[in-house]
Design a protein around this ligand. Structure first.
Ligand code: FES
Ligand code: FE2
Length: 461
């Protein structure tokens, strides 16, 4: 593995230039080991949603590499997290299994299955069989569960194993402040699915980090417009969206700059694009309210209404429809919407494609120590009228269109073959697009800071 000091790591400014990176990060067991030792213990990582532990005693497990955590609601407004290990002789307190996305449940106390040591929800030991045999050596410190730092943002729970790193907020900035107006904490799961997928966790995540693949992979979407879009770095995180340069490029290609879709009649095009997105991305990346409001555009607006007016009317009527059923939209200024772009990569492994009342999210994690496999998860969030939130659980779903929808199936149909292709002796290293795939190069730039080695280089070097 090529070692590098920070001075050898590509700067944020260099991300604008043509770069290359080798396949090592995706293929090498040594790189996977370095991630286990230097990346995962040092980042804040998303471990679940607050809604998964609604009551005192509710818990979920979160597993990453060889570590497992118990995340427990210990009081109505308090969440704590512990390493999932008994201080006696090291049995896991809750059995984990790589063939489950997670384990969840509710407990009054945590009882180890080996010798029955018992802990309260705060991790304090409350029972040890024959404690006197230790002659007083079993202090509270020695017998309590090992805590890890936990915090929340946007309805997500994050943990970090590093007791000395900065706060979650610092770690998430500037993404957190840019995305706060979307009020993700008011959204709930609509569905959640996972799969053990035959590609590195980064190969899988990167398939959802850039819009450059839309034209080649999701060819059916081209009839609705040009998907030319930027992808850029925001600190450790990254976002894709349309800026002025992209708008010019899209207009030159005959596409309006309002996302009203292509075609002569923007009322029809808006509806067709909204419906296509919703139905082929497994009923996510939009909502039923938005699709229904788009369907009515031909009845509610005269022929010849300009695209900008069509979109304005569409969003206003969807907002009114939602208000009527008790779903309040967040207040999002045009500036906030522009800055938030379309889809975020929150370092290291959380992707969010956001809208006013919905979000389509991805996470991927290593599967054991195998660099060729990952646990890939995707879920849709949506704002529901209070009391009408659907009951969901993690569903294992083979990577086909049947459960994922045709668009995600198209993405799955690439990832495995990228992983295989990168092993070719004929692969000379990646040639990422400096404008449209910068989220990916920024991802590797930040990985390099943790791993201490970089495979990212300027192309003309
Ligand atoms: S290992 Fe847990 S009680 Fe012995
Ligand atoms: Fe895709």
């Amino acid at each position: 593995m090529m070692m590098a000091g920070d001075d050898q790591i590509i700067s944020a400014e260099d991300l604008e230039k043509p770069l290359t990176y080798s396949a090592e990060a995706f293929l090498s067991p040594a790189y996977a080991k370095a991630e286990k030792e230097r990346l995962w213990p040092n980042v804040w990582q998303m471990a679940g949603r607050v809604e998964e532990i609604p009551e005192v005693g509710s818990f979920i497990t979160y597993d990453i590499a060889d570590d497992s955590f118990l995340i427990v609601r210990t009081a109505p407004d308090t969440i704590k997290a512990f390493y999932n290990v008994c201080p006696h002789r090291g049995r896991q307190l809750v059995d984990t299994c790589p063939d489950r996305a997670q384990t969840c449940g509710k407990k009054k106390a945590i009882v180890c299955g080996f010798h029955g040591w018992t802990f309260d929800l705060n991790g304090k030991n409350t029972h040890i069989l024959d404690k006197d045999d230790w002659q007083g050596a079993l202090t509270e410190e020695r017998t309590s569960l090992s805590p890890v730092r936990v915090d929340t943002w946007g309805g997500w729970i994050y943990i970090t194993m590093n007791p000395d790193s900065g706060s979650l907020r610092e770690f998430l900035e500037p993404a957190a402040s840019i995305l706060d107006p979307f009020e993700f904490e008011k959204m709930r799961f609509k569905w959640r699915q996972w799969v053990i997928y035959p590609a590195n966790w980064k190969t899988s995540l990167e398939a959802f980090m850039e819009p450059y693949h839309v034209a080649g992979t999701h060819t059916q979407l081209l009839k609705y417009g040009n998907y030319y879009a930027y992808s850029k770095a925001y600190g450790a995180h990254g976002v894709s969206g349309f800026d002025e340069r992209d708008q010019e490029r899209r207009k030159a290609g005959g596409t309006s700059n309002t996302r009203a879709g292509a075609g002569a009649d923007p009322r029809v095009a808006t509806y067709e694009l909204a419906r296509e997105n919703y139905e082929t991305v497994n009923y996510s990346a939009s909502t039923e309210t938005l699709v229904n409001a788009a369907r009515r555009l031909v009845d509610e607006l005269p022929e010849g209404t300009p695209p900008g007016e069509v979109v304005k009317h569409w969003l206003a009527s969807a907002r009114a429809d939602d208000a009527e059923r008790g779903v309040v939209w967040p207040t999002l200024s045009p500036e906030q919407l522009t800055e938030a772009g379309l889809a975020w990569a929150i370092f290291p492994n959380q992707n969010i494609l956001q809208g006013p009342t919905y979000a389509l999210c991805y996470r991927s994690r290593p599967y054991g120590n195998d660099p060729d496999k990952c646990i890939f998860e995707s879920y849709a969030l949506e704002r529901f009228p209070e009391g009408e939130e659907p009951k969901t659980e993690w569903v294992y779903a083979e990577p086909t269109g049947e459960k994922w929808g045709s668009v995600l199936a198209q993405d799955f149909a690439n990832m495995e073959f990228v992983q295989r292709g990168m092993k070719s002796r004929g692969f000379r290293g990646a040639l990422p697009n400096p404008h449209q795939e910068q989220k990916i190069t920024n991802f590797h730039r930040n990985l390099a800071h943790y791993i201490g080695s970089t495979s990212l280089q300027l192309l003309d070097e």
